[in-house]
Write a protein that binds this ligand. Sequence first.
Ligand code: ZN
Ligand code: MN
Length: 147
Amino acid sequence: MADHKKRFETIIQKLRGNGHKITPQRLAIVKILAKSEGHPSVEDIYDQIKGDFPTMSLATVYRNIVLIKSLGEVLELGFPDGSNRYDGNNPAPHPHVICIKCKKIVDTYLDSLDEIKKEVAEETNFEILNHRLDFFGICSDCMAKKG
Ligand code: ZN
Ligand code: MN
């Protein structure tokens, strides 16, 4: 996991550098994205800060995430049911493990990933630019609850 403070500063600098004002709401959203604990959804972020900004709408949070995503500073994990989750702590593509019961999402680091990319490139003659690799399962907390 990258340093929260460094990620926070990087995102803020990128916003400033592209001429975007840093409003208190934006600051609060970036703070959560820099940590991205548990890979929050737009609703998760909204729930965490709506107490501090009662007039702020869910759409404002969404627009800010779209903006930060357009600057390449947040990774979007899209799902067919529209329940997108975000990682602003590490915006580079990386594999995830997803619990199908509680929807927990955790990072995983695979030494073999570079090897797999090379294999895919060789097999298909593609230049691989990006990847999306999700593992689905049941987390240890949910396994324990099964009893
Ligand atoms: Zn779980
Ligand atoms: Mn992640």
